[in-house]
Design a protein around this ligand. Structure first.
Ligand code: 0PR
Length: 351
């Protein structure tokens, strides 16, 4: 039989996933055969899932958080849009998203028959005037991104909330913090989610949360919102289900609970401080070497490496690319200065 093992993380700079925390790894293995989709049978993992939702809610500063552990950000975003669509009365629903929104919203719109209205950006953040113009009585949700996939930027979430209130529409405010959610509590912004009427949120333990894949998170401000997702489950002991998938990963749930237990809040604070300092250090080095670089506000660095991505790939480096062709380094906890020093040396060699 052929042995196969995954590649190491040492030259992976493109991934929002990272080395799981050792406690998360161990918990995952213990819960491999459990199914949180059947909570009356698998009560322990169901308890752990409630702990995860409470933990994510605390992180996001929602006071009465509800939700569940999804297969990832894609499912969480899709379900948030489904919830908003089901809740609204309109037969011609639309959703307003920033141009920076992850492509999972394109999938969600396609599956759900919702019209996607894309608002342009202003300096990497959504242009509020454009959002205001796109909104109408058929808008079921407005999306803000807190930690964009390409540049790690945070949309003006409280201002989006104000805009919805002023407009008098009944649309929900969904925040996609799939990647940024575990860093945001520690940044020195002048607001947090308590200042904004956030209805639903995506926040993924399998990205910066250090859980194993798959563990995404869908949060709702309160339980009653989730009723918009419920379907009856006649032959389960539990009578209804809000998740999109049926059987779900108990390993993901247990690992997310273990990671939160081990790292919230001090471990995540330290992780943010280290990765952000490393991202700034890398951006500084790249700028000094003359590369056009977008300064990191969260630990993602985008820079125009003048075509070096392909030759770097031959040396084993995995970098992502932005739509504008910049190379992108997602500075997860496995991306250390030593590794980036090796990257810089290789960059010099191939330039
Ligand atoms: N929301 C945001 C803001 C994201 O960045 C992502 C994933 C998602 C939702 C979807 O999450 P799941 O993948 O868990 O469903 N972000 C990128 C992705 O598409 C990350 C990425 C970027 C991966 C560059 C690879 C890469 O080369 O997976």
């Amino acid at each position: 039989m052929q042995e196969s093992s995954p590649q190491t993380f040492s030259r992976v700079l493109s991934s929002m996933c990272t080395e799981p925390h050792p406690a998360a790894r161990e918990a995952a293995e213990q819960f491999l055969a459990t199914n949180p989709g059947d909570p009356a049978t698998y009560e322990t993992v169901a308890d752990l899932e409630r702990r995860v939702i409470d933990g994510l809610g605390e992180l996001a500063r929602l006071t009465t958080p509800a939700g569940y552990v999804t297969s990832g950000g894609t499912e969480a975003n899709l379900q948030a849009i489904r919830l908003a669509r089901n809740r609204a009365e309109t037969r011609t629903p639309n959703v307003v998203v920033p141009a920076s929104a992850h492509f999972s919203f394109t999938k969600a719109a396609d599956v759900l028959g919702v019209d996607l209205r894309v608002a342009p950006l202003d300096e990497y953040r959504v242009d509020l005037d454009a959002v205001a113009e796109l909104l109408d009585e058929d808008t079921v949700a407005v999306v803000g991104v807190a930690g964009t996939t390409e540049y790690g930027r945070v949309d003006p979430i409280p201002a989006l909330g104000d805009l919805l209130a002023d407009d008098g529409t009944d649309a929900l405010l969904h925040v996609d913090a799939a990647w940024g959610g575990f860093a945001l509590p520690f940044t020195d912004r002048d607001w947090d989610f308590r200042d904004a009427p956030v209805d639903t949120m995506t926040i993924d333990p399998h990205k910066l949360g250090r859980a194993v894949v798959p563990a995404g998170g869908l949060l709702a401000r309160e339980e009653s919102l989730l009723a918009n997702l419920a379907v009856e489950t006649p032959y389960l002991e539990s009578t209804s289900q809000v998740a999109l998938t049926g059987t779900r990963s108990g390993a993901g749930v247990a690992s997310a609970a273990a990671a939160l237990e081990a790292l919230w809040p001090d471990g995540y604070r330290e992780q943010y401080a280290t990765t952000q300092a490393t991202a700034e250090w890398l951006a500084d080095r790249l700028m000094t070497r003359g590369y056009d670089t977008v300064p990191p506000e969260l630990p993602i660095v985008a820079a125009d490496l003048n075509g070096a991505v392909a030759p770097l790939r031959e040396r084993g480096w995995r970098l992502a690319r932005t739509e504008h062709g910049e190379a992108q380094v997602v500075v997860g906890p496995h991306v250390t200065r030593e590794r980036l020093q090796a990257l810089l040396a290789d960059l010099e060699a191939v330039a």
